[in-house]
Write a protein of this length. Structure first.
Length: 393
Protein backbone atom coordinates (compact mmCIF):
# COMPACT_ATOMS: atom_id res chain seq x y z
CA UNK A 1 0.00 0.00 0.00
CA UNK A 2 1.40 3.42 -1.06
CA UNK A 3 1.00 6.22 1.43
CA UNK A 4 -0.49 9.57 0.44
CA UNK A 5 2.77 11.29 1.39
CA UNK A 6 4.66 9.15 -1.14
CA UNK A 7 2.18 10.13 -3.86
CA UNK A 8 2.66 13.77 -2.98
CA UNK A 9 6.47 13.43 -3.19
CA UNK A 10 6.14 11.64 -6.54
CA UNK A 11 3.98 14.44 -7.93
CA UNK A 12 6.53 17.03 -6.80
CA UNK A 13 9.29 15.20 -8.66
CA UNK A 14 7.19 15.15 -11.83
CA UNK A 15 6.38 18.84 -11.66
CA UNK A 16 8.09 20.78 -14.47
CA UNK A 17 8.82 24.45 -14.96
CA UNK A 18 6.37 26.36 -17.13
CA UNK A 19 7.36 26.71 -20.78
CA UNK A 20 9.07 30.06 -21.27
CA UNK A 21 7.57 32.61 -23.63
CA UNK A 22 9.32 34.78 -26.23
CA UNK A 23 9.69 38.47 -25.39
CA UNK A 24 10.59 40.92 -28.18
CA UNK A 25 12.25 44.32 -27.77
CA UNK A 26 13.19 47.11 -30.17
CA UNK A 27 16.07 49.57 -29.73
CA UNK A 28 15.64 53.27 -30.42
CA UNK A 29 19.21 53.66 -31.75
CA UNK A 30 18.91 50.76 -34.23
CA UNK A 31 15.60 50.64 -36.09
CA UNK A 32 16.38 47.17 -37.48
CA UNK A 33 16.92 45.45 -34.14
CA UNK A 34 14.28 43.02 -32.86
CA UNK A 35 15.84 41.46 -29.80
CA UNK A 36 14.12 38.25 -28.77
CA UNK A 37 14.73 36.58 -25.42
CA UNK A 38 12.90 34.04 -23.33
CA UNK A 39 10.94 35.11 -20.29
CA UNK A 40 13.40 33.06 -18.23
CA UNK A 41 16.32 35.22 -19.36
CA UNK A 42 17.51 38.08 -17.15
CA UNK A 43 17.91 41.80 -17.60
CA UNK A 44 21.64 41.15 -17.86
CA UNK A 45 20.93 38.84 -20.81
CA UNK A 46 18.89 41.60 -22.43
CA UNK A 47 21.72 44.13 -22.14
CA UNK A 48 24.23 41.54 -23.34
CA UNK A 49 22.06 40.89 -26.42
CA UNK A 50 21.74 44.62 -27.03
CA UNK A 51 25.54 45.02 -26.93
CA UNK A 52 26.09 42.04 -29.21
CA UNK A 53 23.71 43.10 -31.96
CA UNK A 54 23.64 46.93 -31.82
CA UNK A 55 26.31 49.63 -31.34
CA UNK A 56 26.80 50.38 -27.64
CA UNK A 57 29.53 52.37 -25.94
CA UNK A 58 32.79 53.62 -27.44
CA UNK A 59 32.96 52.96 -31.20
CA UNK A 60 29.75 50.95 -30.78
CA UNK A 61 31.72 47.86 -29.80
CA UNK A 62 31.55 47.56 -26.02
CA UNK A 63 29.89 44.83 -24.02
CA UNK A 64 27.98 44.24 -20.78
CA UNK A 65 31.14 43.71 -18.74
CA UNK A 66 33.18 46.69 -19.96
CA UNK A 67 31.48 49.27 -17.73
CA UNK A 68 29.00 49.63 -14.90
CA UNK A 69 25.41 50.21 -15.97
CA UNK A 70 21.83 50.00 -14.78
CA UNK A 71 18.40 49.51 -16.35
CA UNK A 72 15.48 51.70 -15.27
CA UNK A 73 11.88 50.50 -15.67
CA UNK A 74 8.81 52.69 -16.27
CA UNK A 75 8.15 52.96 -12.53
CA UNK A 76 11.69 54.19 -11.86
CA UNK A 77 13.07 50.94 -10.42
CA UNK A 78 16.78 50.47 -11.16
CA UNK A 79 18.54 47.13 -11.72
CA UNK A 80 22.33 47.33 -11.65
CA UNK A 81 25.00 45.32 -13.45
CA UNK A 82 27.74 44.46 -10.97
CA UNK A 83 27.69 42.63 -7.66
CA UNK A 84 28.57 45.90 -5.93
CA UNK A 85 25.77 48.35 -5.26
CA UNK A 86 26.30 51.87 -6.51
CA UNK A 87 22.89 52.93 -7.80
CA UNK A 88 20.63 50.11 -6.60
CA UNK A 89 20.46 47.02 -4.44
CA UNK A 90 18.65 45.12 -7.20
CA UNK A 91 20.85 43.00 -9.46
CA UNK A 92 20.20 42.72 -13.21
CA UNK A 93 21.74 39.25 -13.46
CA UNK A 94 19.30 37.87 -10.90
CA UNK A 95 16.16 39.50 -12.29
CA UNK A 96 14.23 37.47 -14.85
CA UNK A 97 12.36 39.34 -17.56
CA UNK A 98 9.01 37.85 -16.57
CA UNK A 99 9.34 39.29 -13.07
CA UNK A 100 9.79 42.91 -14.16
CA UNK A 101 6.07 43.37 -14.90
CA UNK A 102 6.38 44.69 -18.44
CA UNK A 103 3.33 45.60 -20.50
CA UNK A 104 3.30 46.02 -24.28
CA UNK A 105 4.73 49.42 -25.17
CA UNK A 106 6.71 49.86 -21.95
CA UNK A 107 10.24 51.21 -22.26
CA UNK A 108 13.44 50.36 -20.45
CA UNK A 109 16.25 52.90 -20.14
CA UNK A 110 19.84 51.65 -20.13
CA UNK A 111 22.32 54.02 -18.49
CA UNK A 112 25.69 52.73 -19.69
CA UNK A 113 29.10 53.68 -18.23
CA UNK A 114 29.16 55.92 -15.18
CA UNK A 115 32.15 57.87 -16.57
CA UNK A 116 31.41 58.71 -20.20
CA UNK A 117 27.71 57.99 -19.89
CA UNK A 118 25.45 57.08 -22.79
CA UNK A 119 21.75 56.22 -22.79
CA UNK A 120 19.80 53.62 -24.76
CA UNK A 121 16.06 53.06 -24.89
CA UNK A 122 14.46 49.65 -25.42
CA UNK A 123 10.75 49.15 -26.08
CA UNK A 124 8.87 45.98 -25.15
CA UNK A 125 6.90 44.98 -28.25
CA UNK A 126 5.21 41.67 -27.52
CA UNK A 127 5.19 38.42 -25.57
CA UNK A 128 4.13 35.17 -27.25
CA UNK A 129 4.48 31.40 -26.87
CA UNK A 130 7.24 29.48 -28.61
CA UNK A 131 6.16 28.30 -32.05
CA UNK A 132 6.34 24.67 -33.07
CA UNK A 133 9.61 25.06 -34.98
CA UNK A 134 11.39 27.14 -32.31
CA UNK A 135 13.66 25.63 -29.69
CA UNK A 136 14.76 27.50 -26.55
CA UNK A 137 18.42 27.08 -27.49
CA UNK A 138 18.24 29.64 -30.33
CA UNK A 139 17.52 32.46 -27.88
CA UNK A 140 18.61 35.20 -27.22
CA UNK A 141 18.73 36.37 -30.83
CA UNK A 142 18.21 39.37 -33.05
CA UNK A 143 15.32 38.61 -35.40
CA UNK A 144 16.22 41.51 -37.65
CA UNK A 145 13.43 43.56 -39.14
CA UNK A 146 13.93 43.92 -42.88
CA UNK A 147 11.69 45.14 -45.63
CA UNK A 148 13.14 44.12 -49.01
CA UNK A 149 10.25 44.80 -51.42
CA UNK A 150 9.01 41.67 -53.23
CA UNK A 151 9.32 43.41 -56.62
CA UNK A 152 12.96 44.41 -56.06
CA UNK A 153 15.63 43.51 -58.56
CA UNK A 154 19.15 44.90 -58.66
CA UNK A 155 19.51 47.74 -61.15
CA UNK A 156 22.08 47.52 -63.94
CA UNK A 157 22.71 50.80 -65.78
CA UNK A 158 22.71 50.39 -69.55
CA UNK A 159 24.96 52.29 -71.94
CA UNK A 160 23.57 55.61 -73.15
CA UNK A 161 24.58 56.85 -76.61
CA UNK A 162 27.34 54.26 -76.60
CA UNK A 163 28.78 55.47 -73.28
CA UNK A 164 29.09 53.08 -70.35
CA UNK A 165 28.63 54.49 -66.85
CA UNK A 166 31.70 55.26 -64.80
CA UNK A 167 33.07 52.57 -62.51
CA UNK A 168 32.23 54.30 -59.22
CA UNK A 169 34.56 52.09 -57.18
CA UNK A 170 37.64 53.16 -59.11
CA UNK A 171 36.60 56.70 -60.11
CA UNK A 172 35.95 57.60 -56.48
CA UNK A 173 38.57 55.27 -55.05
CA UNK A 174 39.38 57.40 -52.01
CA UNK A 175 35.74 57.43 -50.91
CA UNK A 176 35.45 53.72 -51.71
CA UNK A 177 38.33 53.02 -49.36
CA UNK A 178 37.04 55.39 -46.66
CA UNK A 179 33.63 53.69 -46.51
CA UNK A 180 34.19 50.06 -47.40
CA UNK A 181 37.78 49.38 -46.39
CA UNK A 182 37.95 51.20 -43.09
CA UNK A 183 39.78 49.22 -40.43
CA UNK A 184 37.32 50.27 -37.74
CA UNK A 185 34.14 48.40 -36.78
CA UNK A 186 31.61 51.14 -37.53
CA UNK A 187 30.82 53.36 -40.52
CA UNK A 188 27.77 55.56 -41.08
CA UNK A 189 27.07 57.22 -44.44
CA UNK A 190 24.32 59.82 -44.90
CA UNK A 191 23.88 60.92 -48.50
CA UNK A 192 21.92 64.02 -49.59
CA UNK A 193 19.99 66.71 -47.76
CA UNK A 194 18.51 65.97 -44.36
CA UNK A 195 14.97 67.34 -44.54
CA UNK A 196 15.27 71.09 -45.00
CA UNK A 197 18.52 71.47 -43.09
CA UNK A 198 21.66 72.92 -44.64
CA UNK A 199 23.20 69.50 -44.45
CA UNK A 200 23.83 67.74 -47.76
CA UNK A 201 25.79 64.79 -46.47
CA UNK A 202 27.53 63.54 -43.36
CA UNK A 203 29.70 60.47 -42.81
CA UNK A 204 31.71 59.09 -39.95
CA UNK A 205 33.98 56.10 -39.47
CA UNK A 206 36.23 54.68 -36.78
CA UNK A 207 39.66 53.79 -38.07
CA UNK A 208 42.77 53.08 -36.00
CA UNK A 209 41.22 54.70 -32.96
CA UNK A 210 40.28 57.89 -34.83
CA UNK A 211 36.70 59.06 -35.18
CA UNK A 212 36.68 60.55 -38.68
CA UNK A 213 33.87 62.84 -39.84
CA UNK A 214 33.06 64.39 -43.23
CA UNK A 215 30.40 67.04 -43.73
CA UNK A 216 29.10 68.86 -46.84
CA UNK A 217 27.22 72.08 -45.95
CA UNK A 218 26.28 73.07 -49.54
CA UNK A 219 24.32 71.43 -52.36
CA UNK A 220 26.14 70.05 -55.38
CA UNK A 221 24.71 70.66 -58.86
CA UNK A 222 24.63 66.98 -59.85
CA UNK A 223 25.53 63.48 -58.66
CA UNK A 224 28.93 63.51 -60.34
CA UNK A 225 30.00 66.64 -58.49
CA UNK A 226 28.50 65.30 -55.28
CA UNK A 227 30.61 62.15 -55.39
CA UNK A 228 33.66 64.15 -56.43
CA UNK A 229 33.37 66.38 -53.37
CA UNK A 230 33.29 63.49 -50.92
CA UNK A 231 36.09 61.71 -52.77
CA UNK A 232 38.26 64.81 -52.31
CA UNK A 233 37.29 64.99 -48.65
CA UNK A 234 38.29 61.35 -48.16
CA UNK A 235 41.83 62.20 -49.28
CA UNK A 236 42.44 64.16 -46.08
CA UNK A 237 44.38 62.03 -43.59
CA UNK A 238 44.57 62.27 -39.78
CA UNK A 239 47.70 64.01 -38.53
CA UNK A 240 50.59 61.65 -37.90
CA UNK A 241 49.21 58.69 -39.82
CA UNK A 242 51.42 59.12 -42.88
CA UNK A 243 54.48 60.64 -41.18
CA UNK A 244 54.75 58.60 -37.97
CA UNK A 245 52.55 55.61 -38.76
CA UNK A 246 50.04 56.41 -36.03
CA UNK A 247 47.43 59.16 -35.52
CA UNK A 248 48.22 62.05 -33.19
CA UNK A 249 44.57 62.63 -32.29
CA UNK A 250 41.48 60.48 -31.78
CA UNK A 251 39.24 62.78 -33.85
CA UNK A 252 39.47 64.15 -37.39
CA UNK A 253 37.04 66.71 -38.80
CA UNK A 254 36.72 67.31 -42.55
CA UNK A 255 34.38 70.00 -43.87
CA UNK A 256 34.07 69.91 -47.67
CA UNK A 257 33.85 73.29 -49.42
CA UNK A 258 33.44 73.25 -53.23
CA UNK A 259 35.22 76.21 -54.82
CA UNK A 260 32.16 76.91 -56.98
CA UNK A 261 30.00 77.27 -53.86
CA UNK A 262 32.44 79.01 -51.52
CA UNK A 263 31.22 82.25 -49.94
CA UNK A 264 32.88 84.66 -47.54
CA UNK A 265 30.60 83.40 -44.78
CA UNK A 266 31.53 79.75 -45.38
CA UNK A 267 35.20 80.67 -45.62
CA UNK A 268 35.10 82.52 -42.31
CA UNK A 269 33.10 79.81 -40.54
CA UNK A 270 35.07 76.77 -41.63
CA UNK A 271 38.50 77.94 -42.80
CA UNK A 272 39.48 80.15 -39.86
CA UNK A 273 41.21 78.10 -37.17
CA UNK A 274 41.79 74.98 -39.24
CA UNK A 275 44.55 72.57 -38.26
CA UNK A 276 45.73 70.11 -40.86
CA UNK A 277 45.01 66.52 -39.96
CA UNK A 278 42.82 67.51 -37.02
CA UNK A 279 40.28 70.07 -38.21
CA UNK A 280 40.42 70.31 -42.00
CA UNK A 281 38.51 72.41 -44.51
CA UNK A 282 38.93 70.80 -47.93
CA UNK A 283 38.38 73.24 -50.80
CA UNK A 284 37.81 71.25 -53.97
CA UNK A 285 36.82 71.63 -57.61
CA UNK A 286 33.97 70.11 -59.59
CA UNK A 287 34.21 67.05 -61.80
CA UNK A 288 35.16 67.70 -65.41
CA UNK A 289 31.93 69.07 -66.85
CA UNK A 290 32.82 68.58 -70.52
CA UNK A 291 30.36 65.71 -70.90
CA UNK A 292 27.91 66.07 -68.05
CA UNK A 293 25.68 68.45 -70.03
CA UNK A 294 25.24 65.71 -72.62
CA UNK A 295 24.83 62.03 -71.99
CA UNK A 296 28.43 61.19 -71.15
CA UNK A 297 29.79 58.48 -68.93
CA UNK A 298 30.05 60.82 -65.94
CA UNK A 299 26.45 62.03 -66.19
CA UNK A 300 25.36 60.04 -63.16
CA UNK A 301 21.99 61.81 -63.16
CA UNK A 302 21.15 59.98 -66.39
CA UNK A 303 22.47 56.58 -65.35
CA UNK A 304 20.84 56.68 -61.90
CA UNK A 305 17.68 58.77 -62.47
CA UNK A 306 15.84 57.61 -59.33
CA UNK A 307 18.77 58.46 -57.07
CA UNK A 308 19.08 61.82 -58.82
CA UNK A 309 15.41 62.45 -58.03
CA UNK A 310 15.91 61.47 -54.39
CA UNK A 311 18.83 63.92 -54.20
CA UNK A 312 16.73 66.71 -55.74
CA UNK A 313 18.55 66.90 -59.09
CA UNK A 314 15.56 65.92 -61.24
CA UNK A 315 11.82 65.30 -60.93
CA UNK A 316 10.15 61.91 -60.58
CA UNK A 317 6.46 61.43 -59.81
CA UNK A 318 7.16 58.33 -57.72
CA UNK A 319 10.37 59.29 -55.92
CA UNK A 320 10.20 62.15 -53.41
CA UNK A 321 13.20 64.19 -52.35
CA UNK A 322 15.02 62.49 -49.50
CA UNK A 323 18.20 60.86 -48.31
CA UNK A 324 20.04 57.58 -47.84
CA UNK A 325 21.61 56.21 -44.66
CA UNK A 326 24.00 53.27 -44.84
CA UNK A 327 25.33 51.81 -41.59
CA UNK A 328 28.12 49.27 -41.48
CA UNK A 329 28.74 47.35 -38.25
CA UNK A 330 31.42 44.76 -38.85
CA UNK A 331 30.18 42.67 -41.77
CA UNK A 332 26.53 43.75 -41.37
CA UNK A 333 25.22 46.53 -43.60
CA UNK A 334 21.83 48.17 -43.15
CA UNK A 335 20.25 50.58 -45.59
CA UNK A 336 17.50 53.14 -44.99
CA UNK A 337 15.91 55.41 -47.61
CA UNK A 338 14.01 58.32 -46.07
CA UNK A 339 11.93 61.34 -47.01
CA UNK A 340 10.19 64.12 -45.16
CA UNK A 341 11.37 65.70 -41.92
CA UNK A 342 14.31 64.82 -39.72
CA UNK A 343 14.84 65.15 -35.99
CA UNK A 344 16.57 68.16 -34.45
CA UNK A 345 18.96 67.44 -31.62
CA UNK A 346 20.80 69.96 -29.50
CA UNK A 347 24.55 69.66 -29.40
CA UNK A 348 27.27 71.23 -27.29
CA UNK A 349 29.91 70.29 -29.86
CA UNK A 350 32.19 73.05 -31.20
CA UNK A 351 30.76 75.04 -34.12
CA UNK A 352 32.55 75.45 -37.41
CA UNK A 353 33.56 71.78 -37.65
CA UNK A 354 32.04 68.60 -39.09
CA UNK A 355 30.04 68.30 -35.87
CA UNK A 356 27.66 70.80 -37.55
CA UNK A 357 26.37 67.89 -39.65
CA UNK A 358 26.14 65.22 -36.96
CA UNK A 359 22.85 63.60 -35.82
CA UNK A 360 20.68 65.35 -38.42
CA UNK A 361 19.60 62.47 -40.67
CA UNK A 362 17.25 60.67 -38.25
CA UNK A 363 13.79 60.63 -39.88
CA UNK A 364 10.62 61.73 -38.11
CA UNK A 365 8.35 59.73 -40.41
CA UNK A 366 8.69 56.04 -41.20
CA UNK A 367 11.36 55.42 -43.85
CA UNK A 368 10.32 54.77 -47.43
CA UNK A 369 12.40 51.58 -47.45
CA UNK A 370 14.62 49.87 -44.91
CA UNK A 371 16.56 46.68 -45.48
CA UNK A 372 19.14 44.87 -43.38
CA UNK A 373 22.11 42.63 -44.07
CA UNK A 374 22.30 43.87 -47.65
CA UNK A 375 25.06 42.67 -49.96
CA UNK A 376 26.95 45.89 -50.70
CA UNK A 377 30.72 45.89 -51.05
CA UNK A 378 31.33 49.16 -52.87
CA UNK A 379 29.92 52.32 -54.40
CA UNK A 380 28.79 50.52 -57.56
CA UNK A 381 26.81 48.09 -55.42
CA UNK A 382 25.36 50.89 -53.31
CA UNK A 383 24.06 52.87 -56.28
CA UNK A 384 22.69 49.81 -58.10
CA UNK A 385 20.91 48.51 -54.99
CA UNK A 386 19.41 51.89 -54.10
CA UNK A 387 18.30 52.55 -57.69
CA UNK A 388 16.64 49.14 -57.77
CA UNK A 389 14.88 49.78 -54.47
CA UNK A 390 13.61 53.18 -55.59
CA UNK A 391 12.16 51.56 -58.71
CA UNK A 392 9.78 49.62 -56.43
CA UNK A 393 8.07 52.79 -55.17
Amino acid sequence: MISSSAVTKSNKKQKTSPTPTVMTFSAAHDRFARLQLLSSHTLYDLVSTLCKHTPVGYEGSEGPNDHLWYVTTVDGTKYESSEYSCMSELRANRTKLDTVGLSTGDTLQLTYDYGTTSFYTLKFLEQRPLTGDEVPGVFPRNNVRSGMPPSYSRYAPAAINGNEVLNLDTTFSQLQRWIFHSEGPCVTVNLFQAGKKKNYGFMNNDCRGVLGMMYLPVKADNLANYMTYFNEGAKAKPAGLETDGYPHYNWHSVVILPMSKLTDALDKKYCDGTQRGFCDAVICGDMDQSTTTTTGSNNLNAYFPKIAALAGYRKDSRVPKGWITLTKRGNNLNLVICSGNCETRKSNAPKGTSYDGMDQHTPVEEPLIQVSNVDISGLNDLFCVVEGLLMTL
